[in-house]
Design a binder for this molecule. Structure first.
Ligand code: PLP
Length: 218
């Protein structure tokens, strides 16, 4: 099946409030261009160098999402154009994003990444750490929190995946209530990938990150 058919298939199932990020990591520019030609504008990459290379070769209205672990010393390369950073997991990273955003005279949208899976290989905060981070970041004027991101455990156990998504949704709601009650822009729950996006949408996702189901296996 073509990229176009895969995209149409997924879009058919998407409620209006859910944004589809096409995760194009490891895939060539030609594949991204093909998805772009079908109207797709949001793309996700997990490596700074790769995202930069592709960004230079593709139309300027592509919205680039950094979905992988981000090292502070690489923020400067993406700060001029990145649309949303999904993987904020430390104060030092946030400080660097704020600094580079200021240099570029812009505000960079960020998601707080949470550790919701049972695997301990995945990056992310817990609620307590996130609360400290949010409280400490009060004076940072060039970053804006838009919501949360998380990855469920890689397992066939649907009950477990469901409860992890539910957990992320409840974290979102607590943060919203305690820190962003009047901010309509704190509105994003980034959860769900090729194998679990339907479950994620059922559990309140507003942004799904789908790679292999669009572009084929990596
Ligand atoms: C690779 C990746 C995805 C997409 O994974 P698929 O299973 O190919 O849909 C989503 N989120 C993150 C953080 C990723 O690294």
């Amino acid at each position: 099946m073509s990229i176009q058919l895969h995209l149409e298939e997924i879009r058919k199932q998407l409620p209006d409030h859910v944004t589809l990020i096409a995760v194009s990591k490891t895939k060539p520019v030609s594949a991204i261009q093909e998805a772009y030609n079908c109207g797709q504008r949001d793309f996700g990459e997990n490596k700074v160098q790769e995202m930069n290379d592709k960004q230079h070769q593709l139309p300027a209205d592509v919205r680039w999402h950094l979905i992988g672990h981000l090292q502070s010393n690489k923020v400067k390369y993406i700060a001029p154009y990145v649309h949303l950073i999904h993987s904020v997991d430390s104060l030092s990273l946030l400080q660097e994003i704020n600094k580079q955003a200021l240099k570029n005279n812009r505000v960079i949208d960020c998601l707080l990444q949470f550790h919701i899976a049972q695997e301990d290989t995945k990056f992310g905060l817990n609620l307590h750490e996130a609360e400290i981070l949010v409280e400490t970041s009060n004076s940072m004027k060039n970053v804006r929190f838009r919501g949360v991101m998380g990855m469920a455990t890689f397992t066939d156990n649907q009950t477990q995946v469901k409860s992890e998504f539910q957990h992320l949704k409840s974290i979102f709601e607590q943060l919203k209530l305690n820190y962003f009650p009047d901010e309509s822009t704190f509105d994003t729950i980034s959860m769900g990938m090729s194998d679990d996006y339907e479950l994620a949408i059922a559990k309140g996702s507003t942004m799904i990150r789908v790679g292999s189901k669009i572009f084929g296996n990596r």
